[in-house]
Structures are given as structure tokens and as C-alpha cells.
Design a protein around this ligand. Structure first.
Ligand code: AHR
Ligand code: AHR
Length: 496
């Protein structure tokens, strides 16, 4: 028996909606053939795929990161503005591709407006210069009579774009990154970029380029940039062939957050930094099947199964538990490339991981509650953690409760949402939900993500192998007894 105890008075903090952010990069078919598909009967007059927009809307994306990713470290934004037919076609050296530049800054801003998302632009700190980054901020946000602001106006955009979030480079530590460098060199360069970007528009918020939260790179860059940044970024990709390794590796995000939060606290204390610094978890996902260096073009079209959906829900529970530190998160990525939405020229299907992303964005309330889970646990062994690949060892974080849960309520403490992830591969598990004296008023709505077994995978042929089933539960009193079906996510909503 698993017992989940929630006390509505034990509030952890506010859940920042920006944790439901997404990311689109010029990689594989994410932009071209996903977001943007000129000439397709499925695209609108602007070239935006209507079916993709319809699938993206329910994800209620508050913030959208662009244009990379590794791509940005070789990207010159000026190539991507102005009359489309005159834009240069370039070699794209991050993913061994070609870039038509037909989707650029103005198209990205328009896409954000259509989705109601705040734009988040990561600048090129690889092959790019600080003048270029400065000019980009001025092109987007400038209100003066300068050539960059006027260029935007010439392109038909009288009003400034007011892009608030700017990333100082992507994964600059990595050998695969164009123009990668060591942490000290990065600090020097990022300080120079930050100065001119901030002077151009003091209202912008800067995201420093972190690594995984626990590395020396994180330590050095945080202490070198603390006074200038509002966020420190973390990227994490997990998962492997073993079901239990996949679902429990999501807890590595919480290790990253804990260590990074401590580094941030130390730096703020040591340097007497008054302004807050939060974590922008600006790339996260399950990703291990298609990550070869040989096939980087089509090689990012990961197909997701039910295990992966449970892993994604576990990540989200972790972000909710750490709501005071993680204030932005961007799922990598929105469409086709390691993505919940998968297209072909004729349509799309929703991958298994789409469902938790959507259900959480829809039902999670504003206030995170402290949750206590007591129940059967599972101890992961180190050799379960996928031989070969890039794995994250989390066995030491266990044993893990088979059921993972998060709970949120609205400001008034009336509307409650509880998310339960039963990560047991085979067994239904009985759960008692104890609301600590609060009494359930009316019916409980439940949405369950499930499939035949953990390998269930959606495709064009089987788009509903993993799907959501909605039901009403009859409940009274301060307790709810439910069965959490094997390998399922259940989101419960009720009033108390
Ligand atoms: O999201 C795919 C890639 O993963 C991004 O381009 C890069 O930042 C990370 O390595
Ligand atoms: O080994 C580097 C990794 O390879 C990058 O993070 C990713 O972009 C690629 O798959």
C-alpha cells in the first residue's frame, strides 16, 4: 500500500508557469517540416503548419526558446531577416546541414505571438561577435532612431518586440559546440556580451550558460557572472533501454537542481548579490536512442514509448518540488526532433510524451504543496543503467518509491491537483491519498495516461497506443483510495 500525505498548509512556493516552456531549434525537421512548411497544404499563409499549431496550443507554452541549441553557435541572425528570397543559404555546421534562413527572427516572433508564448533568444557566442549580439537586441527591442531599430521597422514591425529573455550562448563547454572554450574564457566573453546587451536594453533578463548544474563549469561561470545574470541554465538528457533506469533517471534533474541551488546560494552569499538567480532548465528530455555523431541530420527523430512518458512526468514532478529554484524550463524540443509532436507531409501524431506535458500544463495549480509518499520502493542496480551510451548514474539516489507524486493547489487552497506516476512495470498499486483533514467537495476528475505495456509507442499507424482516459471518481471525506494502474500517470483534480 502506498500512502500519499498532503497538507494544504505546507506550501513549498509558487509554481512558475514558465516551467512549461518549449524549445525549437534549426535541427532536423523541427523548424522546416515541423513549425514551418512553406507550400504545404497544411500550412497557413505565413508558412506555419496549422496542424502543428493546433497540437502545440494545448501545451499552453508560456516561453519558447530559439534558435538553438548547437545551431545557434554558427548562426548569424542578419542572414534570417529581410526579403526571404534574398536571404543567403548557408552551410550549417552544427548538424551538417544547410540553412535556408527562410525562418528567422521576424517569423519566430510571429510564431510566439500566435502561440501566446514569450520569446527567449539564445545568442551566438561561438562564431558570433558581441556587436552582433548587441545588434540583435537592438533590432528586436530598440525604440530609438538607430539603424538596427529602423531595420526592424523597414521589415514592417513598427513596435519593438520586447524580447525579455536572452541566453548567453549554448553549451559553450562542449567539444561539439562551434567555438567552445574553457570556463574562464567563457566568463570573460559572456561579461563583454552581457554589458552591451544590457546597455542596449536594461530591461532584458540574461541566462548564463551552465552545464548540468553540478560541474566545475557551473561553479566557475556562476561565480564569474553572478552580478550580471538572472538565470543559470542546466541541460539534461536521460534514459536508456531499461524501463526502471529510464523512469528513475529523471530524478537526476533533482540532483542537478539541488547542487546548482547550493552553488547559487553560495555565490550570492559570498558576493553579496541582492537580486535573485534562478535555474533555467532550458533543455531537458529523455534522449538516448538516436544520438549518433554520424547521423545528426535525421538522427534526432526519437520515438517515445510509455516508459518515456512516465519519465517525463517524473521530471515535471521534480520541477514542481523545486519550484522555488526552477523558474524556467524548456522541453527539448517541440516538434520532430526529440519531440512530442511528430509530422510527415500529410499530418502528425502525438508521441506518448505529449500527454504528460499537456495534462500538467492544463491542471497543475499555482502553489506547490509538500507531499509525503510512503510505499514500496525499487532499488536500481548500477548495471541496469545502460552499458555504453551517455548515462546518468542515479542508483545512489534510490531506493525510489514506485509511485512518485506532486500536488498543487490554487492560491485560495480550494482547487487541488495531484499527479501520480506509477512506475511499476507490471503491477497496479493501491494508493491512499490523505488530504490532512481537508474534505473533498464534489466529484474528483481523473485523467489517466496509459497503454498496453511500457513499450507501447504511438506512430502514424497506432496513434493511440498511449492515450488519455478521463473518468470521474466518487469520493467523500479527507481520504481517497484509488488504484494506480501499472505503468500509468494519473492526474486528479478536485475541490476541497
Ligand atoms: O536539443 C538537441 C541538442 O542537445 C541541442 O542542440 C544542444 O544544445 C544539446 O546538446
Ligand atoms: O556528444 C555531444 C552531444 O551529441 C550533444 O550534446 C548533442 O547535441 C549530440 O547528440
Amino acid at each position: 500500500m502506498t500512502r500519499i500525505s498532503i497538507d494544504l498548509r505546507r506550501r513549498l512556493g509558487t509554481v512558475d508557469r514558465r516551467i512549461f516552456g518549449q524549445f525549437i531549434e534549426h535541427i532536423g525537421r523541427c523548424i522546416y517540416g515541423g513549425v514551418y512548411d512553406e507550400g504545404s497544404p497544411l500550412a497557413d499563409a505565413r508558412g506555419f503548419r496549422r496542424d502543428v499549431l493546433d497540437a502545440a496550443r494545448p501545451l499552453r507554452i508560456p516561453i519558447l526558446r530559439w534558435p538553438g541549441g548547437n545551431f545557434v553557435s554558427g548562426y548569424h541572425w542578419l542572414d534570417g531577416v529581410g526579403p526571404r528570397d534574398r536571404r543567403p543559404r548557408r552551410s550549417e555546421l552544427a548538424w551538417y546541414a544547410e540553412e535556408s534562413n527562410r525562418f528567422g527572427t521576424d517569423e519566430f516572433i510571429e510564431y510566439c505571438r500566435v502561440l501566446g508564448a514569450e520569446p527567449f533568444i539564445c545568442v551566438n557566442m561561438g562564431s558570433g561577435t558581441m556587436d552582433e549580439a548587441q545588434a540583435w537586441v537592438e533590432y528586436c527591442n530598440g525604440t530609438g532612431n538607430t539603424s538596427w531599430a529602423n531595420l526592424r521597422r523597414q521589415h514592417g514591425h513598427a513596435e519593438p518586440y520586447r524580447v525579455r529573455y536572452w541566453g548567453l550562448g549554448n553549451e559553450m563547454y562542449g567539444g561539439w559546440q562551434i567555438g567552445n572554450m574553457n570556463a574562464h574564457d567563457y566568463v570573460k566573453k559572456a561579461r563583454a556580451f552581457a554589458m552591451v546587451m544590457k546597455r542596449t536594453d536594461p530591461s532584458i533578463q540574461l541566462i548564463g550558460c551552465g552545464q548540468n548544474g553540478w560541474s566545475e563549469w557551473d561553479e566557475i561561470t556562476l561565480s564569474g557572472l553572478a552580478e550580471l545574470i538572472d538565470f543559470h541554465s542546466i541541460h539534461l538528457y536521460t534514459g536508456g533501454p531499461d524501463h526502471y533506469a529510464t523512469v528513475f533517471q529523471s530524478h537526476q534533474a533533482e540532483r542537478a537542481i539541488r547542487i546548482c541551488a547550493a552553488l547559487i546560494e553560495r555565490v550570492r552569499y559570498a558576493q553579496r548579490i541582492a537580486h535573485p538567480i534562478h535555474i533555467a532548465f532550458d533543455e531537458w528530455n529523455v534522449w538516448w536512442r538516436t544520438r549518433s555523431h554520424e547521423d545528426r541530420v535525421g538522427g534526432v527523430e526519437e520515438r517515445y514509448n510509455l516508459s518515456d512518458a512516465l519519465a517525463v512526468a517524473t521530471y515535471l514532478n521534480g520541477f514542481i518540488r523545486h519550484c522555488r529554484t526552477v523558474r524556467i524550463a524548456n522541453f527539448a524540443q517541440l516538434v520532430n526532433a526529440i519531440a512530442p509532436i511528430f509530422t510527415n507531409p500529410r499530418g502528425l501524431f502525438l508521441q506518448a510524451i505529449y500527454h504528460p506535458l499537456r495534462l500538467y500544463a492544463e491542471h497543475v495549480q499555482d502553489v506547490a504543496l509538500d507531499v509525503h509518499v510512503a510505499g514500496e520502493t525499487y532499488a536500481l542496480t548500477p548495471d541496469q543503467e545502460s552499458p555504453g551510451g551517455r548515462v546518468h548514474h542515479v542508483a545512489d539516489l534510490g531506493p525510489f518509491t514506485l509511485v512518485d507524486a506532486s500536488a498543487t493547489c490554487d492560491e485560495a487552497g480550494r482547487a487541488v491537483a495531484v499527479a501520480l506516476v506509477n512506475r511499476d512495470r507490471d503491477r497496479d498499486l493501491p494508493v491512499t491519498l490523505d488530504l490532512g483533514g481537508a474534505v473533498i467537495a464534489g466529484a474528483v476528475s481523473a485523467w489517466e495516461v496509459n497503454g498496453a505495456d511500457v513499450t507501447a509507442t504511438n506512430s502514424f499507424e497506432t496513434p493511440r497506443a498511449v492515450d488519455v482516459r478521463e473518468r470521474k471518481l466518487d469520493a467523500r471525506g479527507a481520504r481517497l483510495e484509488i488504484m494506480a494502474p501499472a505503468h500509468s500517470i494519473t492526474v486528479l483534480r478536485c475541490d476541497v
